[in-house]
Design a protein around this ligand. Structure first.
Ligand code: FAD
Length: 403
């Protein structure tokens, strides 16, 4: 018979999809008197980022400010202490979190630190490439491309114009394809604005493997390739990136002049997790047990991109916002059950429908093996994203109504 457990402090690391969903659910319980533990949320940014919209921020499809919300507007601050700081290390045996300011102690820790861009050792990549994983990166990329088109518009020599108006995306996965789809609509608008002939604009999408979206079913990648080519994207498969400098790249043995390479070739969980002695696997993600706890550490939970969760057949669940939200909510429920001394149901990992947007109202959906395409897929994806937005802002709205 489970007994109730005294838990004084719950610390959640990361205010992304998983962390925010978890802390909002716990804060709601605290507001209603069913939880008395102190709640602490830690993040390096003072806002929640709608990462799933970053390709739209980078291409001016939406205003940048729509993709971030200050945390103090989202959280009931009398129930959650938010600390803005960089987490640097964990010491699980001492139940301590080290940061670049103060240390924290906890009774239960939820690790929801997401993932970051993976940087393989390709010469020049880290120094010269742009990434698209955080809001600030999307805003920086957008400003850089605008500058390139402004230079291209003033250039006298065609070769100079083409070098500045050529955008290369390396990595034909989820992020790369979505970004290429948006850029295919945005670059012609920029060309018009800065007086760059359309013939001098070139959008290149490189993928090292023989198909786009290699982690998805084959037909999804084939369909994405057809749509992107139709929009004018120069898709090059089996073309690995070999070298990057400030004015050219080398890929598949060919030199291509450009000042803009965006690296979307992979993600990895924060290195601090493995460095802190936690058991990690693919992409540096932390292993989890049936209750999303870190094996060997009954007081540590992991959720979202940084957690390694497998389905019943042993297949790794993809790193998506949909999984992160579901896992964040589960961890909150598991903690509340543990505190109340109620039995905790194991987490039920399952594959979810997936949608990829390709710009201009085009999208592809894989609904458990059934394809959905074009405008219907795009409308469903927009609906799903509105749902994410509502789920994330739900706690704050409820809090405001109660005041
Ligand atoms: C361009 C793009 C488009 C995408 N589109 C989709 C989509 O359409 N659908 C979908 O399901 N998924 C999509 N994804 C994937 C999705 O965004 C991620 O799976 C999701 O963000 C994971 O949520 P999370 O809570 O695990 O991590 P995050 O949302 O990344 O949150 C992690 C948090 O931890 C904080 N943090 C990290 N390290 C530290 C540290 N050391 N110290 C302090 N704070 C730290 C970060 O600031 C962040 O707030 C997309 C991703 C990208 C990049």
């Amino acid at each position: 018979m489970p007994r109730s457990t005294r838990i004084d402090t719950i610390v959640v690391l990361g205010a992304g999809y998983a962390g925010l969903r978890c802390i909002s659910t716990l804060a709601h319980a605290r507001q209603h008197g069913s939880l008395h533990a102190r709640l602490v949320l830690v993040d390096r940014y003072p806002y929640h980022q709608f990462i799933t919209w970053l390709h739209e921020v980078a291409s001016e499809a939406i205003p940048a400010e729509r993709a971030r919300i200050p945390l103090d507007r989202l959280l009931p601050t009398e129930h959650v202490d938010f600390v803005r700081t960089e987490v640097t290390h964990l010491i699980p045996p001492e139940r301590r979190v080290l940061t670049d300011q103060n240390d924290f102690t906890y009774d239960r820790l939820v690790i929801a630190l997401g993932s970051d861009t993976a940087w393989p050792p390709i010469p020049g990549l880290r120094e010269h490439a742009f990434a698209l994983r955080w809001w600030e990166e999307a805003v920086r990329l957008r400003a850089h491309i605008r500058r390139q088109f402004a230079i291209a518009g003033r250039a006298k020599r065609r070769a100079t114009r083409q070098r500045h108006a050529r955008i290369v995306i390396a990595g034909g996965g989820f992020t790369g394809c979505q970004l290429a789809g948006e850029f295919a609509h945005w670059l012609p608008l920029l060309a018009d604005e800065y007086g760059v002939p359309l013939d001098d604009v070139h959008l290149l999408l490189l993928e090292a493997q023989s198909r786009l979206l290699p982690a998805w079913r084959r037909w999804v990648g084939q369909r994405a390739e057809r749509v992107l080519r139709r929009k004018g994207v120069d898709v090059r498969l089996s073309t690995p990136l070999e070298r990057v400098t400030k004015d050219h790249i080398v890929a598949g043995g060919e030199t291509v002049e450009t000042h803009t390479l965006i690296w979307t070739g992979g993600i990895q969980a924060p290195a601090l997790l493995a460095e802190s002695g936690l058991p990690t696997g693919e992409q540096g993600r932390v292993h989890t047990d049936a209750f999303l706890r870190v094996p060997g550490f009954a007081d540590l939970y992991a959720a979202g991109d940084c957690a390694l969760v497998r389905d019943a057949a042993g297949a790794l669940l993809p790193a998506t916002a949909a999984h992160a939200l579901r896992q964040g909510a589960y961890v909150a429920r598991a903690l509340l059950a543990e505190i109340a001394g109620e039995p905790v149901e194991p987490y039920r990992p399952r594959h979810l429908a997936m949608f990829i947007s390709l710009g201009g109202g085009d999208a592809i959906g894989d609904v458990f093996g059934f394809p959905v395409r074009g405008r219907p897929a795009s409308l469903i994806k927009e609906g799903v994203e509105r749902w994410y937005h509502n789920v994330i802002t739900f706690a704050s709205r409820m809090h405001e109504e109660e005041e």
